[in-house]
Design a protein around this ligand. Structure first.
Ligand code: COA
Length: 234
């Protein structure tokens, strides 16, 4: 119920969550395993039935998102670190939460007028506070001070830090293959515009920042991060 209720909200917000040229597909229904390619079926064969349904729903949304961009109908294999392996020329991200699934896909060679996108990250979470013991793992001392300043405004900002950082990680990993801890990333929220900026550690090189947006609706949080190609310095 929660998941289904979020879908129209996400669809209306599509333009705000991602730049032009990104396709976003959301679903909360069940799909069956026959939708999967043999290598996908093999990758998920030993999982529980619930996880198999979740995985199949993600692949189903991913193929729909690719098709919206004129992309091929192909398998999306599971990478060594669970990362979805997109067909050549495409990047994307998959998020699951409580039966809700969202998938964003973009071309890496965009249509004219669209930005060059190197990565996309999506994450969704229940809009509830993080368990106390996780806050210090997810947030830096500076972020904890900011959290304290927002206490009482009714929003689960600690969960938003978690969600924003996960979406940043998913955005970067399939291209960079660099592992990041939560506290390697510094997030600054702009509550007025429901957006955030992620600063990456200097050892990371490029990119130094990622831009993101979030939505909180019907007890779910959704964060969307985009890695836009930084223009070459003159
Ligand atoms: C990427 C990660 C954060 C996702 O967490 P999660 O709780 O599984 O999140 P969700 O259920 O919303 O998303 C799962 C989807 O993320 C995608 N994903 C998984 N690992 C990924 C990775 N390394 N890079 C990019 N996307 C990844 C997959 O598409 C997966 O769905 P699928 O298995 O059905 O294809 C987690 O799997 C991980 O690798 N953690 C280790 C790194 C870490 O925690 N660093 C701390 C900062 S994030």
């Amino acid at each position: 119920m929660v998941a289904a209720a979020l879908i129209p909200v996400v669809e209306r917000s599509q333009e705000r969550l991602f730049p032009e040229g990104v396709s976003l597909v959301t679903r909360s229904d069940r799909s069956d395993d026959s939708e999967l390619f043999p290598e996908e079926l093999r990758a998920i064969a030993r999982a529980t039935p619930a996880r198999q349904r979740e995985f199949a729903l993600g692949r189903c949304c991913a193929r729909e998102a690719l098709a919206l961009l004129g992309g091929p109908r192909v398998a999306i294999p599971v990478g060594r670190f669970r990362d979805p392996v997109w067909p050549f020329g495409y990047v994307g991200s998959i998020a699951h939460c409580q039966g809700f699934c969202a998938v964003a896909v973009a071309r890496t060679l965009p249509a004219s007028g669209c930005p060059t996108i190197r990565g996309l990250g999506l994450d969704s979470e229940m809009a509830v506070s993080l368990p106390e013991e996780l806050i210090g793992i997810v947030c830096s001392a500076k972020e904890c001070i900011w959290l304290a300043s927002r206490q009482g405004d009714g929003l689960p900002w600690d969960r938003l830090f978690f969600c924003a950082k996960k979406s940043a990680y998913k955005c970067l990993f399939p291209t960079t293959h660099h592992f990041l801890e939560f506290r390697d990333m510094a997030v600054r929220f702009d509550a007025e515009h429901s957006s955030f900026d992620v600063t990456l550690p200097s050892r990371y090189g490029s990119p130094s920042h990622l831009a993101g947006c979030y939505l909180i609706q019907n007890r779910l949080v959704l964060s969307a991060t985009t890695w836009v190609q930084e223009p070459d310095c003159p």
